[in-house]
Design a protein around this ligand. Structure first.
Ligand code: IMP
Ligand code: MG
Length: 174
């Protein structure tokens, strides 16, 4: 556990912000059934807390991408490892991601999903690292903007570990 560094966001800060995000999403989709698409695996923790603060009619689906392998740097190459189970044609889609860093993952996924003709496509991310952006991403809902540090916890991993932390911490440099 010596890899867990400074706490950036406490469980309480996260909870308070998610309550606000849930209220915004509920308001924007009032009377409109929608599909929440979670990006595995990182978005699972955020998504499961977020949806419990949304008052509305929704379904879930999941998609998995890979770009980082097991390292901390992006290779720039995005692959779909697990696709959605159902067609999104004509559906209002809310794409939920853990963190937007270079933007390569989301930029690619948005292109792919737009080809499938959803009625609308919005993006909700837990964290945003805007300083690292290589390609533009239009974010509709964002939990927190964070500086250029590698973070773990609340769904975010380092080499597959630490997703279960209830807070967000910096990865300790060794
Ligand atoms: P992007 O394609 O560079 O925007 O990368 C997005 C993906 O990289 C996220 O879904 C995460 O899986 C991973 N990632 C980026 N920054 C971090 C971080 O600080 N901690 C853990 N994972 C990260
Ligand atoms: Mg991810």
């Amino acid at each position: 556990m010596d890899e867990i560094g400074r706490v950036l966001l406490t469980a309480e800060q996260i909870h308070d912000r998610i309550r606000e995000l849930g209220a915004s999403v509920s308001e924007d989709y009032r009377g409109i059934p929608f599909l929440v698409v979670g990006i595995l695996k990182g978005a699972v923790v955020f998504l499961s807390d977020l949806v419990r603060h949304i008052d509305g009619q929704m379904e879930f689906d999941f998609i998995a991408t890979s770009s980082y392998g097991r390292s901390m740097k992006t290779s720039g190459e995005v692959r779909i490892l697990k696709d959605l189970e159902e067609s999104i044609e004509g559906k209002h889609v809310l794409l939920v991601e853990d963190i937007i860093d270079t933007g390569l993952t989301l930029n690619y996924l948005v292109e792919v999903l737009k080809w499938r003709k959803p009625a609308s496509l919005k993006i909700c991310c837990f964290l945003d690292k805007p300083s690292r952006r290589l390609v533009p991403v239009q974010i509709d809902y964002c939990g927190f903007e964070i500086p250029e540090v590698f973070v773990i916890g609340y769904g975010l991993d380092y080499e597959g570990m630490y997703r279960n932390l209830p807070y967000v911490a910096c990865l300790e440099d060794r």
